[in-house]
Design a protein around this ligand. Structure first.
Ligand code: B12
Ligand code: SF4
Length: 484
């Protein structure tokens, strides 16, 4: 049995890495193809003769993957299973698409093993937990397996196949996942849906033991030029004992600077003194909107202004860089409310203020709000959601002052960092069209600065990384447009 994973994004994918580890431990052969790093991708996949193709998909990428698997299947009949966030939240829709044989809802370790053995014994996945499929015009949903209760029982995620690519050999940042699940349910996030899918199937928020996390990191750092670590968790800091144990072990045994996200209401002296001692260089906090009504009632994030201001003050007091995550083009947002987001970030002292455009994912409360209030743009299409959420080619909702807000989104970094510049921009905002070439240039420059600061790299190294990404992206686009 041979399983091949196909991936679009130029980054590790820990969903795939966990599945790789579990398959390898069962003696199943695996490989990975990263589309932008391969020439003649279709031929390569066919030549590899997989018995199963696995794809991990976030919303926005589905159209791309569906086209690719249809191309493969023209010349090579192979079962395809799609998992990951998009498959989990939109299983019924995606299972009907041509070329998709199975959709895996939720955690996939048990399912992928069961699927391999089911396919080997010609059972067509009907006996496999978590799978959803479309057969004889009917959607079949198999029972869900309970959540993996003890994350320490899983083998360490296996990234080996990423290192066949030069690109990953040069990576200086090492991510790690320490938890699964988040106890909150913000209205723009899929977490609430995931909680509902897993209701009654075990404890939702689980943490790996600090001991195992450190052991995995140590294993992963051997012979690599890693300069920093990034925690790819939804949240840290909920469990005091865990935080203390993790931070103490990290500082004694790893010590590299690391990045993490944290909720503002978990920012306190206890957590921050531990994080600082462990060499946390940057914390990312979700502000979402500076307008508390928008944040709390429309976006469903129950965090007070005071909590954000206090978090900003404390993070700065401990000498940790403050990254914030903000959204624009929100329902009921107007110029004044968008400017409150700038102002709150200024007051918090955000050094790395990052802005996104709201992507109203179908199935989330914010999407329901937008559709019920007739705010969805006529041009909205499920398939055109931006897989990165930063390009604003697909603005999805109708709001007043849209042009002004788009300009603020693009110049956000400068407006937060300099009050003088902010006042000036506000004065001439009507003249600054968001498509203006200078506005676009300034926006791209700010993305570059934000990248370097958040990833703790010098501008020179940042330029090298940008150049590598740009070249890979340009070559991949050329090849794909020529069908190679
Ligand atoms: C790390 C992370 C990133 C990283 C890496 C992305 C990646 N593709 O791995 C970076 C920083 C690059 C990133 C970027 C983005 N992210 Co992000 N990210 C995360 C985060 C915090 C952790 C992902 C992770 O490693 N989880 C741990 C692994 C073990 O879990 P998993 O991925 O779910 O995998 C399990 C199952 O899903 C399943 N599975 C997964 N793949 C497959 C494949 C097969 C074949 C099978 C059978 C099963 C299977 O089995 C796995 C093991 O149990 C998640 C939130 C979360 N907690 O999952 C958000 C999350 C995935 N991100 C999200 C978003 C929106 C984005 C961005 C659009 C944000 C932005 N504006 O930049 C971009 C999109 C990038 C892209 N095209 O992938 C959303 C996706 C929502 C959606 N509907 O798709 C999530 C779910 C956050 C959220 N709660 O809404 N992200
Ligand atoms: S705290 Fe973060 S991960 Fe948790 S529900 Fe809110 S946005 Fe989602």
């Amino acid at each position: 049995m041979k399983v091949i994973f196909i991936q679009n994004i130029l980054s590790y994918n820990f969903g795939i890495a966990y599945l790789n580890a579990i398959l390898k431990s069962a003696g199943i052969q695996t490989d990975l193809f990263i589309i932008s790093l391969e020439k003649k991708i279709i031929q390569k996949i066919i030549q590899a003769k997989p018995d199963l193709i696995g794809i991990s998909c976030v919303t926005g990428e589905q159209g791309f993957y569906l086209n690719l698997i249809r191309e493969v299947k023209k010349d090579y009949k192979v079962p395809v299973v799609i998992g990951g966030p998009h498959a989990t939240y939109h299983a019924e829709e995606i299972c009907k698409q041509e070329g998709v044989d199975f959709v895996c809802i939720g955690e996939g370790e048990q399912s992928i093993l069961e699927l391999c053995s089911s396919l080997s014994s010609n059972k067509d996945g009907k006996d496999v937990h978590n799978l959803c499929m479309f057969r004889n015009n009917k959607i079949i949903k198999n029972p869900m397996a309970p959540l993996v209760e003890d994350l320490d029982s899983l083998p360490f995620p296996n990234l080996d196949f990423y290192f066949k690519y030069h690109f990953f050999k040069n990576y200086t940042e090492m991510p790690i996942v320490t938890t699964r699940g988040c106890p909150w349910n913000c209205g723009f996030c899929y977490n609430a849906q995931k909680q509902a899918i897993y209701k009654g199937l075990g404890k939702y928020v689980r943490m790996r033991s600090p001991e195992k996390v450190i052991a995995e990191l140590k294993e992963r750092l051997v012979n690599k030029n890693i300069k920093s670590v990034i925690l790819w968790d939804d949240i840290i800091g909920i469990n005091k004992k865990w935080m203390q144990d993790f931070c103490e072990r990290y500082s004694a045994e790893i010590g590299l600077p690391f990045f993490s996200s944290i909720r503002a209401d978990l920012v306190n002296d206890f957590n921050l003194s531990l994080l600082k001692k462990a060499n946390c260089y940057c914390l990312s906090i979700g502000v979402e909107s500076g307008d508390s009504i928008l944040r709390k009632q429309i976006l469903g994030k129950d965090i007070e202004d005071e909590s954000l201001l206090n978090a900003g003050k404390l993070v700065r007091k401990y000498g940790i860089k403050l990254r914030t995550s903000n959204m624009f083009m929100l329902p009921e947002e107007n110029l004044e409310k968008a400017l409150t987001t700038v102002e709150l970030n200024q007051k918090m002292g955000a050094e790395i203020p990052f802005a996104y455009i709201l992507q109203p994912y179908p199935g989330t409360p914010i999407y329901d709000y937008i559709t019920q209030n007739n705010l969805l743009a006529d041009t909205f299409s499920f398939d055109s959601l931006d897989p990165l959420g930063i390009s604003y080619s697909s603005i999805n909702i109708k709001i007043d002052n849209a042009d002004n807000i788009k300009t603020i989104y693009k110049l956000f970094y400068y407006m937060v960092r300099s009050q003088k510049l902010c006042k000036f921009i506000v004065k001439i905002i009507d003249k600054l069209k968001p498509e203006n070439i200078l506005v676009n240039l300034a926006h791209n420059l700010s993305l570059f600065i934000l990248y370097c600061k958040a990833h703790n790299v010098s501008y020179l190294n940042g330029l090298k990384v940008t150049w590598v990404y740009w070249r890979i992206d340009r070559n991949a686009r050329k090849r794909l447009s020529l069908g190679k």
